[in-house]
Design a protein around this ligand. Structure first.
Ligand SMILES: *[C@@H]1O[C@H](CO)[C@@H](O)[C@H](O)[C@H]1NC(C)=O
Ligand SMILES: *[C@@H]1O[C@H](CO)[C@@H](O)[C@H](O)[C@H]1NC(C)=O
Ligand SMILES: *[C@@H]1O[C@H](CO)[C@@H](O)[C@H](O)[C@H]1NC(C)=O
Ligand SMILES: *[C@@H]1O[C@H](CO)[C@@H](O)[C@H](O)[C@H]1NC(C)=O
Ligand SMILES: *[C@@H]1O[C@H](CO)[C@@H](O)[C@H](O)[C@H]1NC(C)=O
Ligand SMILES: *[C@@H]1O[C@H](CO)[C@@H](O)[C@H](O)[C@H]1NC(C)=O
Ligand SMILES: CC(=O)N[C@H]1CO[C@H](CO)[C@@H](O)[C@@H]1O
Ligand SMILES: [Cu+2]
Length: 223
């Protein structure tokens, strides 16, 4: 009995330390709980909900609860009530997070070329890629509204001790991808294509593993 309790406690501790939550907009489901699984793309096994958070037409706030010491963060958008493809990247410069705690991005803008209607349904996908190249997924359902506001004040605070977010140049990823097209992403499926946004001529080569780089390319708005 004691052993069982200890195992349960250890499992819980691991689960709490690992992974991340979307605190805002309201996520589809608490994916720390069964039957959800953040390893599952595109949305941790959570179906579309009716619980839509209203979001401003030109972009809104995202609050994440981060528990890893380090991960890359991507935010993607899919338009429609039942999103099949999260093919709009909201993080052209992905985020390199090197801290845990609460991260509030006050306003994640919608790309200018994307036309948003008042009342339009959409879903947001957040992808984090860890140091081994494995990706974690969570989604939130939203409705664009001209009356919606971004979060301010206490509703949008970063943990003071971190996370320390570094915005990276995505050209570096493309360069690394060109360096090794043989890179084998175990987590990619045949439907995934490199984003047209991931084109660049940077000659910088990153020290990260190809698995991580490939996962990052896949995560950047094309899932
Ligand atoms: C819908 O969202 C609200 C606000 O975050 C939350 O309190 C509520 O539990 C959610 N309802 C369902 C069915 O998930
Ligand atoms: C999601 O929807 C499918 C199809 O309706 C259903 O089989 C599945 O159980 C649902 N998953 C969850 C976690 O509710
Ligand atoms: C965040 O990281 C610090 C230092 O590594 C650690 O002490 C703390 O427990 C972590 N917090 C969470 C919520 O993981
Ligand atoms: C995203 O995918 C949807 C559905 O497949 C498609 O209608 C739309 O044109 C795509 N949008 C972009 C920006 O690629
Ligand atoms: C992101 O930050 C980590 C920790 O500082 C670093 O090791 C890694 O190289 C950075 N990634 C990129 C692409 O710069
Ligand atoms: C939280 O940190 C990120 C990354 O540095 C920054 O973009 C954002 O504006 C910060 N949020 C607040 C509320 O200051
Ligand atoms: C969803 C999925 O296939 N996740 C796998 C990603 O790759 C790592 C290792 O390469 C596996 O451990 C995960 O199960
Ligand atoms: Cu984790």
């Amino acid at each position: 009995m004691l052993v069982k309790t200890l195992v349960a406690a250890a499992t819980l501790a691991t689960a709490v330390q690992a992974h991340y939550s979307i605190e805002y907009p309201t996520w589809r489901a608490d994916s720390f709980e069964e039957p959800y699984d953040q390893w599952l793309r595109p949305c941790a096994g959570a179906n579309t909900t009716q619980n839509r958070t209203v979001w401003p037409l030109d972009g809104g706030s995202i609050v994440l609860g981060l528990h890893h010491a380090f991960d890359y963060i991507f935010v993607n958008l899919g338009l429609g009530t039942e999103v099949a493809s999260f093919n709009i990247s909201l993080t052209p410069n992905f985020l390199n997070n090197t801290g845990n705690g609460t991260l509030c991005l006050p306003k994640v803008p919608i790309p200018a070329e994307i036309e948003i209607r008042d009342g339009q349904d959409a879903s947001i996908q957040v992808v984090t890629v860890g140091k081994t190249g494995n990706a974690l997924y969570n989604c939130a359902d939203i409705r664009f509204s001209k009356d919606a506001k971004i979060l301010t004040g206490d509703a949008c605070m970063n943990t003071t001790s971190g996370p320390l977010i570094h915005v990276q140049d995505q050209n570096a990823i493309a360069a690394a991808q060109n360096d090794d097209d043989k890179g084998d992403d175990k987590n990619a499926t045949s439907g995934d294509k490199p984003s047209s946004a991931v084109h660049g001529s940077s000659i910088h080569v990153l020290t990260s593993s190809i698995a991580v780089l490939m996962a990052m390319v896949v995560a950047s708005g094309l899932l």
